[in-house]
Design a binder for this molecule. Structure first.
Ligand SMILES: Nc1ncnc2c1ncn2[C@@H]1O[C@H](COP(=O)(O)OP(=O)(O)O)[C@@H](O)[C@H]1O
Ligand SMILES: [Mg+2]
Length: 285
């Protein structure tokens, strides 16, 4: 375990130093003031015929989606349609039975060793209960920085404190999740996901367990990330928010992409019965 950990740490700390050098140069001109932030990218995402079974039940049925350049892909669709499973496959947390995931022309190899490397490049935020309950907000952020990304405790704390400050959470650094509001918890989870400098952020219904006020504070933060050029895939039922931020919307129903296109195309002029049915239900009240 220790040997594995050390070998991970040396390779990622080298790559961090390389990146942070470039980032520092660019940060001088970076009006965002975003810690560790200095590049604007667009993700090329290629999902090719991804299939997944659970207990003999087909949950994803040859899901195919090819996007040349996307900052913000929003996945919508009825519950049980396969959104979380697809997100977990893209994150390298779940193995597909068939198909390919390519991010910026790099194929995700679903084998243990390359998958560990892939997971380190992706930041994930799930519905709720993301954080370790026995650790403080600060420790929740420093733990992966130290254990997975090879930072020294001092480096990890410096990075974590930058993000806590940036997300207006510095007062809460030494609180445990139970002492934080739901919105604060999700902001810590987002800080943790962003602090690892991921090439892609994956959000799975990050506001579904929150009341409206806390939902707004988390959506504000996600919007801020988007405006600063972060690339992400977001699963949400917040249709108004999806409209505001999506470059591309894909509707997943019964394990298939029922419809995919611009906000205008999918949300305003849905072509399929599956999309019309779903939208009429979520927009009813
Ligand atoms: N770990 C699992 N084991 C067995 N079935 C699962 C598992 N995860 C998801 N499923 C099933 O896969 C289907 C798709 O689930 P999910 O990806 O969570 O959909 P969504 O996020 O769109 O609600 C559902 O029928 C769900 O019950
Ligand atoms: Mg889900």
């Amino acid at each position: 375990m220790r040997v594995g950990g050390q070998s991970c740490s040396s390779s990622s700390s080298i790559s961090f130093r390389k990146e942070s050098k470039t980032t520092e140069d660019e940060d001088e001109h970076d009006s965002t003031g975003w810690p560790g932030w200095g590049f604007v990218s667009l993700v090329k995402l290629n999902l090719h015929k991804i299939s997944k079974y659970f207990d003999g039940h087909l949950v994803l049925d040859a899901v195919t989606l090819a996007l040349e350049k996307v900052h913000t892909l929003v996945l919508i669709g009825p519950s049980g349609g396969g959104k979380s499973t697809l997100l977990r496959i893209i994150a390298g947390l779940e193995f597909p039975e068939a198909g390919e995931v390519q991010i910026n022309d790099e194929r995700v190899i679903f084998q243990e060793e390359p998958l560990l490397r892939h997971r380190r490049t992706v930041g994930t935020v799930f519905q709720a209960f993301n954080l370790f309950p026995h650790l403080t907000a600060l420790q929740n952020i420093t733990l992966p920085l130290e254990k997975v990304h090879g930072h020294t405790p001092a480096e990890a704390e410096e990075i974590a404190r930058q993000f806590l400050t940036r997300f207006r959470l510095e007062k809460h650094a030494s609180k445990r999740p139970a002492e934080l509001s739901g919105g604060q918890r999700q902001r810590v989870a987002i800080a943790r996901a962003v602090s690892i400098k991921p090439r892609l952020l994956l959000f799975d219904e990050p506001t579904s367990a929150l009341d409206p006020e806390m939902t707004a504070e988390v959506l504000d933060l996600i919007k801020q990330l988007r405006d600063e050029g972060r690339d992400f895939i977001l699963v949400t039922h917040e249709m108004g928010f999806a409209r505001q931020i999506a470059d591309h919307v894909a509707l997943l129903a019964d394990g298939r992409i029922a419809e995919s296109g611009s906000v205008e195309a999918v949300l305003e002029h849905p072509a399929t019965a599956a999309a019309r049915d779903f939208l009429s239900r979520v927009l009813k009240y």
